[in-house]
Write a protein that binds this ligand. Structure first.
Ligand code: TRP
Length: 335
């Protein structure tokens, strides 16, 4: 009998820090859901990573619960994929220690995110912030993931994970799969509604700059109404029209219309109409997520059950590899 081809395995994680933006959703999380048909998917809420910057304990716990609910609401299906909270599988932290002994101080010193974050959190440059990429490597390598969907800001970390895997394999024999990055097809990069030369960000000081995926319809409509555009009147994609270009790209992603179709639709109608249409389309697009999130949030017992199952599945999956790693480096067998 012909052997069935094994599905490739995908691992990704997201930190439990606040609600996702429309940018996170379109650029990353909404794609995670779609990947479940084609790949074996494992998705985590990276709470261990979150404590590399100051967190209020009660808020972290709440945000982790909410992020987990949001992940399911966005289409991750705990029956088809493994969805779990990173700290509930102890193997991540254990593997991270072993891998840190195959990671060079110099390599970690070159990580641009470390440099940025040390500047931003100058009063808390802790060792975890420095070794963060090793933990991320452990997340990925523990599952023998083939592919890792990541944003541009995590490319350097993935490259490091590959180097660590190769180095370990060379020294101790084939142990880890060397993972590749997975760049999603719809590469729309959403910009701030208030300054369309800047990326749409969770932490923008201007409340009108960012659409959060749990914003209600009125809020979404209001934010789009106030979006910064230009003094022209034509809805078309052209250099120098950053605000309109951004709105067009958002409208295009949520409606599936091309730029030409959009230009034709709003010919002679002005920006006001266009902004309302974008707001309506985005609100409709996010409505199912918001409804599902509300439903899940009201069912804590179900969420806890999904989390526990997910963590147990994750733990089972990583047990074999951890045993192998421990044996390879010369530890006495794991209990
Ligand atoms: N560091 C990632 C971020 O902040 C989150 C993350 C943790 C991750 N572990 C991972 C992403 C493993 C991909 C694979 O976005």
């Amino acid at each position: 009998m012909e052997e069935q081809q094994k599905k490739k395995r995908i691992f990704s994680a997201i930190q439990p820090t606040g609600v996702f933006t429309l940018g996170n959703y379109i650029g990353a999380v909404s794609n995670w859901g779609k990947l479940q048909d084609e790949y074996e998917c494992i998705y985590a809420i990276a709470d261990l990573h979150a404590i590399t910057v100051m967190q209020e304990p009660a808020a972290l716990r709440k945000n982790t619960m909410n992020a987990f609910a949001l992940m399911l609401a966005c289409g991750m299906d705990p029956k088809r994929s493994i969805t779990f909270v990173q700290s509930q599988n102890p193997h991540h932290a254990e593997l991270s220690w072993v891998l840190s002994c195959s990671t060079m101080f110099g390599e970690l010193s070159r990580m641009t995110q470390f440099k940025d974050k040390s500047q931003k959190h100058a009063d808390n440059i802790n060792a975890g912030l420095f070794t963060y990429p090793v933990l991320m490597a452990a997340d990925i390598l523990a599952y023998n993931a083939d592919l890792v969907p990541i944003g541009a800001d995590q490319k350097q970390h993935l490259e490091l994970a590959r180097n660590i895997a190769q180095r370990f394999n060379q020294r101790f024999g084939e142990t880890f799969v060397v993972p590749d990055g997975y760049i999603p097809e719809s590469g729309a990069r959403l910009m701030s509604l208030q300054d369309p030369t800047k990326k749409m960000s969770k932490s923008d000081e201007n409340a009108n700059a960012t659409i959060f995926i749990l914003d209600d319809k009125d809020t979404i409509l209001r934010k789009f109404k106030r979006a910064v555009t230009d003094s022209d009147t034509e809805v078309c994609y052209r250099e120098g029209k950053d605000g309109i270009n951004n709105l067009m790209s958002i409208y295009s992603v949520v409606t599936g219309k091309t730029y030409d179709e959009i230009t034709a639709e709003f010919a002679g109608r002005g920006y006001g109409d266009f902004k309302t249409a974008v707001g309506e389309a985005v609100a409709d697009h996010l409505e199912p997520v918001r409804t599902e999130y509300a439903r899940l949030s009201a069912d804590k017992a179900y969420l806890t059950e999904c989390m526990t199952n997910g963590a147990q599945q994750a733990y089972r999956l990583t047990s074999k590899l951890l045993r192998k790693v421990y044996r390879r480096v010369g530890f006495i067998d794991r209990l």
